[in-house]
Design a binder for this molecule. Structure first.
Ligand SMILES: C[S@@+](CC[C@H](N)C(=O)[O-])C[C@H]1O[C@@H](n2cnc3c(N)ncnc32)[C@H](O)[C@@H]1O
Length: 215
């Protein structure tokens, strides 16, 4: 199902500076821990889809035995993810490749965990992307796809720090309004994927585990 495409003005280098050295840095260890606890997947192969400069991938690698591949649409992000994983000393277990959610460059049934933060809102075809995530997961593998800031407190801190950036908050709210839980629940239903869509103060996450009965 094609979505109405949002005008995308992502500046990878600026985002890298902002998140790695600024306001967002603190959310990634929290989100990584939440995903590991929720899914119970702590080793094997993980994809950080639309992983940008790879901050979530870096924190997942630090907090687990996972081998994480950042898969992102832009080569600039692939290069930044490699650089950041080197800087954090986890480049032995974090790699990066260029690829689109809608056509993942991974084999069927090959991945233990797919995570994705802040990216699905920009995918050209979200339903095709979710179908691809399901395809590459191994039976019993998990996906945690959505967006957010870890906890309500961290969101409040970031909102306070960004109090002068009215455009950022406006766009964030517009994205949430355009992507309500029912929008993704309907996609899961169409795809025959059993999952849940959680919407809390700290974010929105689509969570599913691939059936162990192969279809
Ligand atoms: C807002 S950034 C989030 C980056 C990172 N996940 C984070 O939380 O810091 C969105 C990322 O999604 C990537 N992206 C957008 N559409 C994509 C698609 N269809 N397939 C793969 N990546 C995509 C962009 O290149 C960008 O790096």
């Amino acid at each position: 199902m094609k979505q109405e495409k949002e005008k995308y003005t992502f500046n990878a280098a600026e985002f890298n500076e902002k998140v790695m050295k600024g306001q967002f840095k603190k959310i990634y260890p929290v989100i990584a821990r939440q995903i590991l606890e929720r899914t119970g997947i702590t080793s094997g192969r993980c994809i950080d889809l639309g992983g940008g400069p790879g901050m979530l991938a870096v924190e997942l690698a630090k907090a687990s035995a996972l081998d994480v591949t950042v898969c992102d649409l832009t080569l600039e992000c692939v290069a930044l993810a490699k650089e950041n994983s080197r800087e954090h000393g986890v480049d032995g277990r974090v790699s990066a490749v260029q690829g689109a959610a809608e056509k993942l460059p991974f084999d069927d049934n090959s991945i233990d965990l797919v995570v994705s933060r802040g990216s699905i809102f920009f995918w050209e075809d979200q339903q095709q992307g979710l179908s691809e995530v399901y395809r590459v997961l191994r039976p019993g593998g998990w996906a945690s796809i959505g967006g957010g800031f870890g906890t309500a407190e961290l969101l409040q801190e970031i909102l306070a720090e960004k109090a002068n950036d009215l455009r950022w908050d406006k766009e964030r709210k517009e994205r949430l309004a355009k992507n309500p839980p029912g929008h993704f629940e309907a996609m899961l239903l169409k795809l025959g994927i059993e999952g849940i869509v959680e919407r809390g103060e700290a974010g929105m996450w689509i969570i599913f585990k691939k059936s162990t009965i192969l279809r």
